[in-house]
Design a protein around this ligand. Sequence first.
Ligand code: SF4
Length: 485
Amino acid sequence: MSTALTRRPVLAKLRAPSGRSPLHLICLGLVGLIVAAALLAPWLAPHDPNAVDLGAALAGPSAEHPFGVDAAGRDTLSRILLGARTSLLGPLGVVLFSTVAGVALGTAAAWRGGWLDSVLSRATELVFAFPGMLLAVLVISVYGEGLLALVLALGLAYLPYVSRLTRSLVLAERARPVLDGIDLTVGAGETVALVGESGSGKTLTSRSALGLLPPGAVTEGTVLVSGHDVLALDADRLRALRADTVAMIFQDPRAALNPLRRIGDFLTEGVRSARATSKADALARAVELLDAVGLDETALGKYPGQVSGGMLQRVMIAAALMGDPALLLADEPTTALDVTTQAEVIALLARLRKRFGTGLLFVTHDLDLAAAISDRVYVMYAGRIAEAGPAEALFAGPRHPYTAALLASTPRLTTPGGPLSAIPGQPPDLRTSLTGCAFAARCPLATEVCEQSVPEPRPAEETAAHLAACHHSDRLAAEGSVVDA
Ligand code: SF4
């Protein structure tokens, strides 16, 4: 004899009763009855719920008082009916008021933007600053007791939450892509600089090569690193890619290291977990790389707080090279360092790139540094590539007004004195949908066509690899000085 033991699926047990279940219909009927009684309470209640008859206090059920009388001599049935009405209409009114008003205000703030958004945002913050209960007491003291005052008091307390949420959702729906049409390559052993203002998308572009995208990011296209499409990799393959194909040197080394772990642990644990490398081999590799970045093996036993910022950035570089990456991403790696250490780190990166043949994508807002270290340069503006090309050609003859304005606003020791130049205006807000060139509002060469169509990258006549996404790049090349930033 054989016995088959089967288990009823948990979901089957939890399934809600179907619409034809008698129990379901009975429950639905009861709820409907209670709701109807609450709504019709003013007409169904046999007495004034607050009328006091002390002579009948605590009387039992009778024809006149079907549910009896309470200790204060008030009719119990009338009080239950009218109390149920308040309990039903109060929360319903609060939800309706806060939802309708919150959605309207949040949508208006996000849609209109500008002063309306500022005013509504400050008003919302003001309401947030009040404790909810205090706000309720304030409203009730102005409007008096009653259902309306209760709805207003609680509705006002919840309104900012709904308004904020709505504003964020509408902004997210309206936002244009953070990165748009980025076409960027880094060859083996090549140094490519990515420059632009803060917020132009440089860091996000470099992080996309590691698959480090914001939660919920919607992506199109491909990010290929050594033939692997980073956007299509699952978590395990992404971890393996980060361990041995692409690595990043972050801006602030102190923020990247665990202050409670020794530098030796930081250097070795990545390769040991991803490649199953033995501890001895990982340590030998760490010592070799520490030597390459100018540190000795005593650094292995130290904690991050025991070494200087410059030494720590060298440790970061050694850590990035532990997996022999094909591509090294350096996100403003010298920003947190003093000038002397900056120069040492830059020279070190150049030496290591030559020695290990690693491709280097160098993110910076320092144009002179980009010109000094890179083979090619990409200039980003508002999430798009404005100009790209060999460093020498691009800096000698910019073909995009934004690049020209950036160069013009770089302080020079050769022309001291006088006010510093700046690019007028601000980069476009992410909420602004762009129908034409993103730089049009700040560009001295802008014409009607710039507002109407997005310029495609076009090669220069003399250097095909020098591309500029500008309708009037030829005019800029011819006139040069029209940009007066
Ligand atoms: S396309 Fe027009 S607005 Fe844009 S950079 Fe060129 S000239 Fe200026």
